[in-house]
Design a protein around this ligand. Structure first.
Ligand code: NAD
Ligand code: DAU
Length: 354
Protein backbone atom coordinates (compact mmCIF):
# COMPACT_ATOMS: atom_id res chain seq x y z
CA UNK A 1 0.00 0.00 0.00
CA UNK A 2 1.17 3.54 -0.83
CA UNK A 3 -0.11 6.12 1.69
CA UNK A 4 -1.99 9.00 0.01
CA UNK A 5 -1.72 11.49 2.91
CA UNK A 6 2.04 11.84 2.31
CA UNK A 7 3.56 14.27 -0.13
CA UNK A 8 4.48 12.57 -3.38
CA UNK A 9 6.13 13.43 -6.66
CA UNK A 10 4.49 11.45 -9.41
CA UNK A 11 5.32 10.99 -13.06
CA UNK A 12 2.37 10.19 -15.30
CA UNK A 13 3.36 9.33 -18.88
CA UNK A 14 0.95 9.74 -21.79
CA UNK A 15 -1.15 12.15 -19.75
CA UNK A 16 -2.26 14.17 -22.78
CA UNK A 17 -3.94 11.14 -24.34
CA UNK A 18 -7.42 9.76 -23.84
CA UNK A 19 -7.15 7.75 -20.58
CA UNK A 20 -4.06 9.63 -19.39
CA UNK A 21 -5.86 12.98 -19.36
CA UNK A 22 -8.61 11.58 -17.12
CA UNK A 23 -5.99 10.07 -14.81
CA UNK A 24 -3.96 13.30 -14.62
CA UNK A 25 -7.08 15.33 -13.82
CA UNK A 26 -8.15 12.87 -11.14
CA UNK A 27 -4.77 12.90 -9.41
CA UNK A 28 -4.20 16.67 -9.71
CA UNK A 29 -7.63 17.42 -8.22
CA UNK A 30 -7.79 14.65 -5.61
CA UNK A 31 -4.24 15.00 -4.24
CA UNK A 32 -3.23 18.66 -3.86
CA UNK A 33 -0.34 17.46 -1.65
CA UNK A 34 1.18 15.59 -4.61
CA UNK A 35 3.04 17.14 -7.51
CA UNK A 36 2.05 15.58 -10.84
CA UNK A 37 4.47 15.71 -13.77
CA UNK A 38 2.86 14.75 -17.07
CA UNK A 39 5.41 13.57 -19.65
CA UNK A 40 3.96 13.30 -23.15
CA UNK A 41 5.48 13.45 -26.63
CA UNK A 42 2.25 14.91 -28.06
CA UNK A 43 1.96 12.44 -30.91
CA UNK A 44 -1.17 12.59 -33.07
CA UNK A 45 -3.02 11.10 -30.03
CA UNK A 46 -1.76 13.59 -27.45
CA UNK A 47 -3.69 16.83 -27.03
CA UNK A 48 -3.17 19.50 -24.38
CA UNK A 49 -6.73 20.70 -25.01
CA UNK A 50 -7.73 17.65 -22.97
CA UNK A 51 -6.18 19.26 -19.88
CA UNK A 52 -7.07 22.95 -20.38
CA UNK A 53 -9.12 23.07 -17.14
CA UNK A 54 -6.22 21.99 -14.90
CA UNK A 55 -3.16 23.39 -16.70
CA UNK A 56 -2.73 26.23 -14.16
CA UNK A 57 -3.04 24.11 -11.02
CA UNK A 58 0.02 24.68 -8.81
CA UNK A 59 0.59 20.93 -8.33
CA UNK A 60 0.74 20.20 -12.08
CA UNK A 61 3.60 20.45 -14.59
CA UNK A 62 3.61 19.38 -18.22
CA UNK A 63 6.85 18.14 -19.80
CA UNK A 64 6.90 17.67 -23.55
CA UNK A 65 9.16 14.69 -24.21
CA UNK A 66 9.55 11.23 -25.63
CA UNK A 67 9.98 8.12 -23.47
CA UNK A 68 12.51 6.97 -26.08
CA UNK A 69 14.77 9.91 -25.18
CA UNK A 70 17.06 8.30 -22.58
CA UNK A 71 18.95 11.54 -21.79
CA UNK A 72 15.73 13.42 -21.08
CA UNK A 73 14.34 10.58 -18.95
CA UNK A 74 17.55 10.41 -16.86
CA UNK A 75 17.52 14.19 -16.46
CA UNK A 76 13.93 14.44 -15.20
CA UNK A 77 14.25 11.42 -12.89
CA UNK A 78 17.40 12.95 -11.37
CA UNK A 79 15.86 16.42 -11.13
CA UNK A 80 12.41 15.58 -9.75
CA UNK A 81 13.15 12.30 -7.90
CA UNK A 82 9.75 10.70 -8.60
CA UNK A 83 8.47 8.26 -6.02
CA UNK A 84 5.65 7.00 -8.19
CA UNK A 85 5.29 6.40 -11.91
CA UNK A 86 1.99 5.73 -13.66
CA UNK A 87 2.93 4.70 -17.17
CA UNK A 88 0.29 5.12 -19.86
CA UNK A 89 2.30 6.47 -22.82
CA UNK A 90 1.91 4.07 -25.71
CA UNK A 91 0.96 3.61 -29.30
CA UNK A 92 -2.56 2.34 -28.69
CA UNK A 93 -4.41 1.61 -31.95
CA UNK A 94 -4.50 -1.97 -33.26
CA UNK A 95 -5.06 -0.94 -36.90
CA UNK A 96 -2.02 1.35 -36.86
CA UNK A 97 0.04 -1.50 -35.38
CA UNK A 98 -0.83 -3.64 -38.40
CA UNK A 99 0.35 -0.82 -40.66
CA UNK A 100 3.54 0.04 -38.72
CA UNK A 101 4.53 -2.58 -36.10
CA UNK A 102 7.98 -1.13 -35.40
CA UNK A 103 6.60 2.11 -34.00
CA UNK A 104 4.82 -0.05 -31.39
CA UNK A 105 7.96 -1.97 -30.50
CA UNK A 106 9.84 1.30 -30.05
CA UNK A 107 7.40 3.19 -27.84
CA UNK A 108 5.67 0.33 -26.03
CA UNK A 109 8.66 -1.95 -25.42
CA UNK A 110 11.81 0.20 -25.58
CA UNK A 111 10.07 3.21 -24.04
CA UNK A 112 8.87 1.11 -21.10
CA UNK A 113 12.33 -0.38 -20.54
CA UNK A 114 13.82 3.14 -20.56
CA UNK A 115 11.44 4.13 -17.75
CA UNK A 116 12.15 0.92 -15.83
CA UNK A 117 15.90 1.60 -16.03
CA UNK A 118 15.45 5.15 -14.80
CA UNK A 119 13.27 3.99 -11.87
CA UNK A 120 15.72 1.20 -10.98
CA UNK A 121 18.62 3.69 -10.93
CA UNK A 122 16.76 6.31 -8.93
CA UNK A 123 15.47 3.84 -6.34
CA UNK A 124 18.70 1.85 -5.93
CA UNK A 125 19.22 2.91 -2.27
CA UNK A 126 15.63 2.45 -1.17
CA UNK A 127 12.37 1.46 -2.78
CA UNK A 128 10.41 2.38 0.36
CA UNK A 129 7.16 4.12 -0.63
CA UNK A 130 8.02 3.84 -4.35
CA UNK A 131 5.94 2.20 -7.04
CA UNK A 132 6.03 1.67 -10.82
CA UNK A 133 2.46 1.27 -12.10
CA UNK A 134 2.19 -0.07 -15.64
CA UNK A 135 -1.13 0.42 -17.43
CA UNK A 136 -1.85 -2.46 -19.76
CA UNK A 137 -4.61 -4.08 -21.73
CA UNK A 138 -6.75 -7.22 -21.79
CA UNK A 139 -5.56 -7.79 -25.37
CA UNK A 140 -2.39 -9.45 -24.03
CA UNK A 141 -4.51 -12.52 -23.25
CA UNK A 142 -5.43 -13.01 -26.92
CA UNK A 143 -8.98 -13.99 -27.76
CA UNK A 144 -11.81 -15.82 -26.02
CA UNK A 145 -14.27 -18.14 -27.70
CA UNK A 146 -17.97 -17.81 -26.93
CA UNK A 147 -17.51 -18.59 -23.21
CA UNK A 148 -15.10 -17.78 -20.40
CA UNK A 149 -13.46 -14.67 -19.00
CA UNK A 150 -9.88 -13.38 -18.79
CA UNK A 151 -8.54 -13.62 -15.24
CA UNK A 152 -5.18 -12.48 -13.85
CA UNK A 153 -3.81 -16.01 -14.38
CA UNK A 154 -4.90 -16.42 -18.01
CA UNK A 155 -1.85 -17.22 -20.16
CA UNK A 156 -0.59 -14.47 -22.45
CA UNK A 157 -1.41 -15.12 -26.11
CA UNK A 158 -1.29 -11.80 -28.02
CA UNK A 159 -2.41 -11.72 -31.66
CA UNK A 160 -1.74 -8.20 -32.97
CA UNK A 161 1.54 -6.27 -33.09
CA UNK A 162 -0.07 -3.85 -30.59
CA UNK A 163 -0.97 -6.58 -28.09
CA UNK A 164 2.39 -8.32 -28.61
CA UNK A 165 4.16 -5.06 -27.74
CA UNK A 166 2.00 -4.54 -24.64
CA UNK A 167 2.55 -8.17 -23.57
CA UNK A 168 6.28 -7.67 -23.97
CA UNK A 169 6.22 -4.50 -21.86
CA UNK A 170 4.24 -6.32 -19.14
CA UNK A 171 6.88 -9.06 -19.12
CA UNK A 172 9.67 -6.48 -18.76
CA UNK A 173 7.92 -4.86 -15.80
CA UNK A 174 7.55 -8.24 -14.06
CA UNK A 175 11.15 -9.15 -14.91
CA UNK A 176 12.42 -5.92 -13.31
CA UNK A 177 10.36 -6.81 -10.25
CA UNK A 178 11.83 -10.32 -10.03
CA UNK A 179 15.41 -9.47 -10.99
CA UNK A 180 15.96 -6.06 -9.44
CA UNK A 181 13.25 -5.99 -6.76
CA UNK A 182 11.51 -3.04 -8.44
CA UNK A 183 8.11 -2.50 -6.73
CA UNK A 184 5.45 -2.61 -9.43
CA UNK A 185 1.76 -3.12 -10.09
CA UNK A 186 0.17 -3.85 -13.46
CA UNK A 187 -3.47 -3.54 -14.47
CA UNK A 188 -4.98 -4.99 -17.62
CA UNK A 189 -8.13 -3.20 -18.68
CA UNK A 190 -10.85 -3.78 -21.26
CA UNK A 191 -12.06 -1.30 -23.91
CA UNK A 192 -12.53 2.23 -22.60
CA UNK A 193 -14.92 4.82 -24.01
CA UNK A 194 -15.84 8.38 -23.04
CA UNK A 195 -14.90 12.04 -23.58
CA UNK A 196 -11.59 12.91 -25.31
CA UNK A 197 -11.35 9.55 -27.13
CA UNK A 198 -9.47 10.00 -30.41
CA UNK A 199 -11.85 9.32 -33.35
CA UNK A 200 -9.85 6.42 -34.77
CA UNK A 201 -11.44 4.01 -32.25
CA UNK A 202 -14.89 2.51 -32.83
CA UNK A 203 -17.19 4.67 -30.66
CA UNK A 204 -15.80 8.18 -31.31
CA UNK A 205 -15.17 7.35 -35.00
CA UNK A 206 -18.80 6.35 -35.43
CA UNK A 207 -20.14 9.36 -33.47
CA UNK A 208 -18.08 11.63 -35.72
CA UNK A 209 -19.17 9.83 -38.89
CA UNK A 210 -22.84 10.02 -37.90
CA UNK A 211 -22.45 13.76 -37.30
CA UNK A 212 -20.86 14.06 -40.75
CA UNK A 213 -23.36 11.70 -42.38
CA UNK A 214 -20.54 9.36 -43.45
CA UNK A 215 -20.51 5.54 -43.77
CA UNK A 216 -20.05 3.52 -40.55
CA UNK A 217 -17.36 0.94 -41.47
CA UNK A 218 -18.09 -2.27 -39.51
CA UNK A 219 -15.31 -4.87 -39.86
CA UNK A 220 -16.31 -8.37 -41.04
CA UNK A 221 -19.74 -9.52 -39.87
CA UNK A 222 -19.73 -7.22 -36.82
CA UNK A 223 -20.05 -10.18 -34.46
CA UNK A 224 -16.92 -9.38 -32.48
CA UNK A 225 -17.38 -8.78 -28.77
CA UNK A 226 -15.74 -6.20 -26.50
CA UNK A 227 -16.23 -5.41 -22.80
CA UNK A 228 -16.75 -1.64 -22.52
CA UNK A 229 -15.82 0.54 -19.53
CA UNK A 230 -16.45 4.27 -19.04
CA UNK A 231 -13.05 5.99 -18.91
CA UNK A 232 -13.72 7.82 -15.61
CA UNK A 233 -14.37 4.46 -13.95
CA UNK A 234 -11.00 3.29 -15.27
CA UNK A 235 -9.36 6.41 -13.78
CA UNK A 236 -10.98 5.59 -10.41
CA UNK A 237 -9.68 2.04 -10.61
CA UNK A 238 -6.17 3.33 -11.40
CA UNK A 239 -6.30 5.59 -8.33
CA UNK A 240 -7.29 2.59 -6.15
CA UNK A 241 -4.71 0.22 -7.61
CA UNK A 242 -1.95 2.83 -7.31
CA UNK A 243 -2.69 3.52 -3.64
CA UNK A 244 -4.11 0.24 -2.33
CA UNK A 245 -2.97 -2.48 -4.71
CA UNK A 246 -0.32 -4.94 -3.61
CA UNK A 247 3.21 -4.79 -4.97
CA UNK A 248 4.17 -7.34 -7.65
CA UNK A 249 0.49 -8.02 -8.42
CA UNK A 250 -1.74 -7.72 -11.46
CA UNK A 251 -5.34 -6.46 -11.42
CA UNK A 252 -7.83 -7.01 -14.25
CA UNK A 253 -10.26 -4.14 -14.81
CA UNK A 254 -13.42 -4.51 -16.91
CA UNK A 255 -16.92 -3.19 -17.33
CA UNK A 256 -18.97 -6.40 -16.79
CA UNK A 257 -20.43 -5.09 -20.05
CA UNK A 258 -20.05 -7.22 -23.18
CA UNK A 259 -21.41 -6.04 -26.52
CA UNK A 260 -21.18 -7.42 -30.02
CA UNK A 261 -19.98 -4.58 -32.25
CA UNK A 262 -23.08 -4.62 -34.44
CA UNK A 263 -25.45 -4.36 -31.45
CA UNK A 264 -23.39 -1.55 -29.96
CA UNK A 265 -23.40 0.31 -33.28
CA UNK A 266 -27.18 -0.05 -33.59
CA UNK A 267 -27.66 1.31 -30.04
CA UNK A 268 -25.33 4.21 -30.81
CA UNK A 269 -27.26 4.96 -34.04
CA UNK A 270 -30.56 5.00 -32.14
CA UNK A 271 -29.22 7.32 -29.44
CA UNK A 272 -27.64 9.64 -32.03
CA UNK A 273 -30.95 9.84 -33.98
CA UNK A 274 -32.67 10.93 -30.76
CA UNK A 275 -30.00 13.51 -29.91
CA UNK A 276 -29.95 14.94 -33.44
CA UNK A 277 -33.77 14.89 -33.75
CA UNK A 278 -33.62 12.60 -36.77
CA UNK A 279 -36.22 9.91 -37.57
CA UNK A 280 -35.29 6.56 -36.02
CA UNK A 281 -33.34 4.44 -38.52
CA UNK A 282 -31.55 7.38 -40.19
CA UNK A 283 -28.07 6.69 -38.78
CA UNK A 284 -28.42 2.91 -39.02
CA UNK A 285 -28.64 3.25 -42.80
CA UNK A 286 -25.00 4.42 -42.74
CA UNK A 287 -23.77 1.00 -41.52
CA UNK A 288 -21.44 -0.51 -44.13
CA UNK A 289 -19.77 -3.91 -43.67
CA UNK A 290 -16.16 -3.79 -44.86
CA UNK A 291 -13.16 -6.15 -45.04
CA UNK A 292 -12.20 -7.61 -41.67
CA UNK A 293 -9.23 -6.53 -39.55
CA UNK A 294 -6.41 -9.11 -40.01
CA UNK A 295 -5.99 -11.27 -36.88
CA UNK A 296 -9.21 -9.80 -35.43
CA UNK A 297 -9.77 -11.12 -31.88
CA UNK A 298 -13.26 -12.57 -31.57
CA UNK A 299 -14.07 -11.72 -27.98
CA UNK A 300 -12.63 -10.00 -24.91
CA UNK A 301 -14.30 -10.17 -21.49
CA UNK A 302 -12.78 -9.50 -18.10
CA UNK A 303 -13.27 -11.20 -14.77
CA UNK A 304 -12.85 -8.15 -12.53
CA UNK A 305 -13.65 -9.97 -9.29
CA UNK A 306 -10.16 -9.53 -7.80
CA UNK A 307 -10.21 -5.71 -7.90
CA UNK A 308 -13.83 -5.80 -6.77
CA UNK A 309 -13.12 -8.00 -3.74
CA UNK A 310 -9.70 -6.62 -2.75
CA UNK A 311 -10.16 -2.92 -3.50
CA UNK A 312 -13.95 -2.52 -3.56
CA UNK A 313 -14.00 -1.20 -7.12
CA UNK A 314 -16.88 -1.58 -9.56
CA UNK A 315 -18.12 0.50 -12.51
CA UNK A 316 -20.31 3.41 -11.40
CA UNK A 317 -22.32 4.02 -14.58
CA UNK A 318 -24.37 1.74 -16.83
CA UNK A 319 -23.41 1.54 -20.51
CA UNK A 320 -26.46 3.59 -21.53
CA UNK A 321 -25.55 6.34 -19.01
CA UNK A 322 -21.90 6.33 -20.08
CA UNK A 323 -22.77 6.39 -23.78
CA UNK A 324 -25.16 9.30 -23.25
CA UNK A 325 -22.49 11.28 -21.38
CA UNK A 326 -20.06 10.47 -24.20
CA UNK A 327 -22.40 11.51 -27.00
CA UNK A 328 -23.27 14.73 -25.16
CA UNK A 329 -19.58 15.51 -24.73
CA UNK A 330 -18.90 15.13 -28.47
CA UNK A 331 -21.96 17.24 -29.37
CA UNK A 332 -20.81 19.94 -26.94
CA UNK A 333 -17.18 19.81 -28.06
CA UNK A 334 -17.39 19.97 -31.84
CA UNK A 335 -14.42 22.32 -31.99
CA UNK A 336 -12.25 19.67 -30.26
CA UNK A 337 -13.45 17.14 -32.84
CA UNK A 338 -12.89 19.53 -35.75
CA UNK A 339 -9.33 20.24 -34.53
CA UNK A 340 -8.32 16.59 -34.21
CA UNK A 341 -9.92 15.54 -37.51
CA UNK A 342 -8.22 18.19 -39.62
CA UNK A 343 -4.76 17.74 -41.12
CA UNK A 344 -3.12 14.31 -40.75
CA UNK A 345 -6.36 12.61 -39.73
CA UNK A 346 -7.75 13.05 -43.24
CA UNK A 347 -4.77 11.15 -44.75
CA UNK A 348 -5.06 8.45 -42.07
CA UNK A 349 -8.76 8.03 -42.83
CA UNK A 350 -8.21 7.76 -46.59
CA UNK A 351 -5.44 5.19 -46.12
CA UNK A 352 -7.37 3.02 -43.63
CA UNK A 353 -10.81 3.14 -45.19
CA UNK A 354 -9.80 3.69 -48.85
P1 NAD B 1 -3.86 7.28 -26.52
O1 NAD B 1 -3.33 6.80 -27.82
O2 NAD B 1 -5.12 8.08 -26.49
O3 NAD B 1 -2.75 8.17 -25.77
C1 NAD B 1 -1.40 7.80 -25.74
C2 NAD B 1 -0.61 9.01 -25.23
O4 NAD B 1 0.75 8.62 -25.17
C3 NAD B 1 -0.71 10.22 -26.14
O5 NAD B 1 -0.89 11.39 -25.38
C4 NAD B 1 0.64 10.26 -26.85
O6 NAD B 1 1.07 11.56 -27.21
C5 NAD B 1 1.54 9.65 -25.79
N1 NAD B 1 2.73 9.01 -26.37
C6 NAD B 1 2.78 8.13 -27.40
N2 NAD B 1 4.05 7.78 -27.67
C7 NAD B 1 4.83 8.45 -26.77
C8 NAD B 1 6.22 8.49 -26.53
N3 NAD B 1 7.08 7.79 -27.28
N4 NAD B 1 6.68 9.27 -25.51
C9 NAD B 1 5.82 9.97 -24.73
N5 NAD B 1 4.48 9.98 -24.94
C10 NAD B 1 3.99 9.23 -25.95
O7 NAD B 1 -3.98 5.98 -25.61
P2 NAD B 1 -5.07 5.59 -24.53
O8 NAD B 1 -6.21 4.94 -25.21
O9 NAD B 1 -5.31 6.72 -23.64
O10 NAD B 1 -4.27 4.43 -23.75
C11 NAD B 1 -3.40 4.77 -22.68
C12 NAD B 1 -2.79 3.50 -22.15
O11 NAD B 1 -3.81 2.62 -21.69
C13 NAD B 1 -1.97 2.72 -23.17
O12 NAD B 1 -0.85 2.17 -22.53
C14 NAD B 1 -2.93 1.63 -23.62
O13 NAD B 1 -2.21 0.48 -24.04
C15 NAD B 1 -3.69 1.35 -22.35
N6 NAD B 1 -5.06 0.84 -22.52
C16 NAD B 1 -5.94 1.48 -23.34
C17 NAD B 1 -7.26 1.01 -23.42
C18 NAD B 1 -8.29 1.69 -24.29
O14 NAD B 1 -9.39 1.18 -24.44
N7 NAD B 1 -8.01 2.87 -24.86
C19 NAD B 1 -7.64 -0.10 -22.69
C20 NAD B 1 -6.69 -0.75 -21.88
C21 NAD B 1 -5.40 -0.24 -21.79
O1 DAU C 1 -9.31 -4.12 -25.11
C1 DAU C 1 -8.55 -3.00 -24.81
C2 DAU C 1 -8.10 -2.34 -26.09
O2 DAU C 1 -9.25 -1.74 -26.65
C3 DAU C 1 -7.00 -1.30 -25.87
O3 DAU C 1 -5.85 -1.93 -25.39
C4 DAU C 1 -6.67 -0.57 -27.19
O4 DAU C 1 -5.72 0.44 -26.95
C5 DAU C 1 -7.95 0.03 -27.72
O5 DAU C 1 -7.70 0.63 -28.98
C6 DAU C 1 -9.06 -1.04 -27.87
O6 DAU C 1 -8.73 -1.97 -28.93
P1 DAU C 1 -9.84 -2.51 -29.96
O7 DAU C 1 -9.16 -2.95 -31.18
O8 DAU C 1 -10.77 -3.46 -29.30
O9 DAU C 1 -10.66 -1.13 -30.19
P2 DAU C 1 -11.25 -0.44 -31.52
O10 DAU C 1 -12.08 0.70 -31.07
O11 DAU C 1 -10.20 -0.20 -32.54
O12 DAU C 1 -12.22 -1.57 -32.08
C7 DAU C 1 -13.31 -2.06 -31.32
C8 DAU C 1 -14.01 -3.11 -32.15
O13 DAU C 1 -14.64 -2.47 -33.26
C9 DAU C 1 -13.09 -4.16 -32.73
O14 DAU C 1 -13.73 -5.42 -32.77
C10 DAU C 1 -12.84 -3.67 -34.16
C11 DAU C 1 -14.15 -2.98 -34.52
N1 DAU C 1 -14.04 -1.83 -35.46
C12 DAU C 1 -13.14 -0.85 -35.16
C13 DAU C 1 -12.98 0.22 -36.01
C14 DAU C 1 -11.98 1.31 -35.71
C15 DAU C 1 -14.83 -1.77 -36.57
O15 DAU C 1 -15.69 -2.67 -36.83
N2 DAU C 1 -14.69 -0.72 -37.42
C16 DAU C 1 -13.78 0.28 -37.20
O16 DAU C 1 -13.69 1.23 -38.04
Amino acid sequence: MIRSANKKTLLITGGAGFIGSHVVRKFVKSYPQYHIYNLDALTYAGNLENLKDIEDYPNYTFIKGDILDVALISEIFYKYRFDGIIHLAAESHVDRSIDEPLAFVKTNVLGTVNLLNAAKNLWQDTTQGCRFYHISTDEVYGTLGKDGLFSETTAYDPNSPYSASKASSDHFVRAYGETFGLPYVISNCSNNYGPNHFPEKLIPLFINNIMENKALPVYGDGKYTRDWLFVKDHAKAIDLVFHNGKNQETYNIGGFNEWQNIDLVKLLCKMMDQKLNKPEGTSQRLITFIADRPGHDLRYAIDASKINKELGWKPSVTFEEGLEKTIDWYLDNQEWLANVTSGDYKDYYKKMYK
